[in-house]
Design a binder for this molecule. Sequence first.
Ligand SMILES: [Zn+2]
Length: 346
Amino acid sequence: MVSMVSELGTLDLARLTATADIQHDSSLFGRFPSEIRNMIYAECWAVSGLKQHIFSREGRLAHSPCVLAPGEVDTRNGEIHRMCRQGRRRSRPHSLPVENKWASRFSSAWQEHWGCEEEMSIHSVRTQKCPRTLFLPMLLACKRAYLEAFYSLYTSISFVFTNLQTAHHCFVIHPAPWVKLLRSLAFSFAVPYEALHQHRFYSTPSQYPGHWAELSTSLSNLARFASVQAVSIRLDLSDGRQWSEVRERWILCAIRGILARRLVVQLPEVTHIDGLRCYQYLKGDKTPFRLERYPRLQWINTEDGRVEPRVEPADLVSLDRGQLSQARLRKATRGICGLVAGIKST
Ligand SMILES: [Zn+2]
């Protein structure tokens, strides 16, 4: 699969500029001023999708349009309530059987972009390629078109990352030439608790701070020295721990300066725990960035065709002793199953 983001970022721009034909006789370059050509390029990008997911597939970077509209809320919580009502359940059930489609939605690694993942999967099954767009046809038309369209493309497109490793590869390990042109970026990560706190738990300079801390620093540098103007970061945990345990001020401490002024951070709604309140952003606190809270996914996929409620501190208060012990038993069972599966695979 030829990918726009992996192949074109490696070309030698200086050599292309030196060898490109001016093409005064062509209609595009000879008759139209650059303003008109830029409008043509912009239309090509718009019909191809101005927001593109960047993800890794078979070891190479690939892209797929983002179909999540601005401000669109995640409908998965609402859908579960609808299923419960259809099943005429008055109380919150311990678990609920769901069809495969919904089971995969509740375990999607693309988080609230699960609809974008479905679109990508449907297209991939049909064609085994990235969705057809005008990105490559315009860039590969000729050297001069490439040089003009390259700048127009990467300053127009908003890239969306839902995998920390992929984002770390693009911005820290092997930053491509187009990284410095990007103006709009969106990240939505669900990562283990340790991955977010690693730089604070192991603070000696000789120890690796972790992908998250390195990415935060790299984004801060991009906002300061490059063209990044708008960034959104949405965070969640992937390891079953509760968000109330997260030390929000620690995990976002690397984000300062210009990036903070251009940044929207989305964190789960949280019931604060007394001992950890000082580490978290409370309602009314001043923050260097714009902070938004979103309702966390209330159900999780148990991988046996059922979903079950995520237990948060607020829920623990309302559960009776029997329900509480059952919730803890299910959590312990999942942990043991994961441990056994890990031992078998080694
Ligand atoms: Zn999306």
